[in-house]
Design a protein around this ligand. Sequence first.
Ligand code: DON
Length: 581
Amino acid sequence: MELRLKSALTALSAALLLFAGVAPPLAAEDAPIYSLKDRFSPVVAQNGMVASQEAVATRVGVEILKKGGNAVDAAIATGFALAVTLPRAGNLGGGGFMLIHLNETGETRALDYREKAPAAAERDMFLGPDGEPDKDKSRFSGLAVGVPGTVAGFAEAYEKHGGGTLTWADLIAPAIDLAENGITVTPGLSGALTAAAGRLTRDPATAAIFYKHGLIPYLPGEILRQPDLAATLRLIAEQGADGFYKGVTAEKIAAKVQAAGGGMTVDDLASYEPVWRAPITGTYRGFEVASMPPPSSGGVHIVQILNMLESFPIREFGLNSADSIHVMAEAMRRAYADRSKFLGDPDFIDIPVQGLTSAAYARALAETIRMDAATPSDDVRPGDPFPYESNETTHFSVVDKDGNAVSNTYTLNFSYGAGLTADGTGVLLNNELDDFSAKPGVPNAYGLIGGEANAVEGNKRPLSSMSPTMVFRDGSLFLVTGSPGGSRIITTTLQIVLNVIDHGMNIAEATAAPRIHNQWLPDEIRVEEGLSPDTVRLLEARGHKIEEKNAMGSTQSIMKIGGMLAGASDPRRTGALTEGY
Ligand code: DON
């Protein structure tokens, strides 16, 4: 990271403004890069920046930026590299969402490359003989595997918005090199492989890649080579998406899914297409927010919750005070109740997006929030907007020197997905179809309830919580963020936005602050370590059940302030890196 003196002085003067006490709402030019009061400082750079969960992949993206690639090029190269270096979540065999901001036109576009159910999928396919959901079927069998979207998504993003100076093969070359010549196993990778060994060594194809003699996890410092994955990547580099969706790779994927009890065919793969969708937009205290539309629930509910919270003086309440946690939890509860009823694949159902994201509906919901008492979730029903812990998804953010930006969240669902690898391809297969509602009213792996709107159907996309998000100030890029964390993705991303806008925190402080989460059912506020005992008592006195559990999310964020970039990788998970130049 190079920081010239002049820019350092600009950054410092922006930071010093903080000491004067910045009144809300923040103006972008007053927003903090860092101040001498801060305990956590962001990474600062002038030109471009990449924040991802894995250091080697971040550096791949930064190199692409330095070579003249734009944010989309760098995001694609980082995404392919993560498929090699962060196999628990980075992927070719999964899917996700990419939000792209084009500085020249000011346009922000949302690319949906979420997995689809194969055409043969049936509504009751995850039920056992007793009519109840069979978790093995929806999580670890071939039936769990959705038609992957990642490669098609990256190809589409490159075709429409690649920078034009680097070839598609240029963007995949670093991943091929890493797969072929090997990566140095990090403590994070070794730990994840050890934790998942029971599940992953059941499939000989997976075991042969990630475990020595098919049994022993690689140790930190050892070299992991993935030659089959390198060969698959080479086909993709040479043939584009066809190298994955047609021919030998597609045949091997379909064969593996069928051998594991699923119904995916080569036709399902050949007919997969990503979809451009209009982002969900809203405003919060003068800032503009853009996030992922359905089949993600993220954008709708982030905007809905922000709309409700706008009625409350969050900044005066103070970070993680009983008052602010109370109103946040109440707003979250109401939004997740609506999620359970109204959200699903927009190509199959009508979703009242306008109602759910309208300020008037949010005001009506906010009026039902009492300051002195929690509303039991049993008393909250989806409104009327017409009038596990095996976590891995991964997010990365990129901003280039021209102000273009990418916010990308993609996943295999569980760590290493279904744990199945298509033999001979090195491609781990997702278990994304567990995100469908196997049976109305029965919670999925993240405790999320769904209904008709998210029932299984052939060619349908399962409802997601992944929420790649951007915030703008007067149309100028201000924040790029997102997170893994299953059902907690929405509330984690929301709190980055609140911490920056309401609490005036720099992005590193905003990232490190303890998080809370309420998802309607179970009726509890899940909190991270770090809340004061008297705050917990005050919340309990209002009727909240407080459950302290594991840390939530792993955000990768970049802010643009006064011409400078300030980024932060979440300290909650090891191995992440934000780097700029
Ligand atoms: O799309 C979704 O909402 C889930 N499949 C995401 C899973 C996830 O985030 C796992 N954990 N970090």
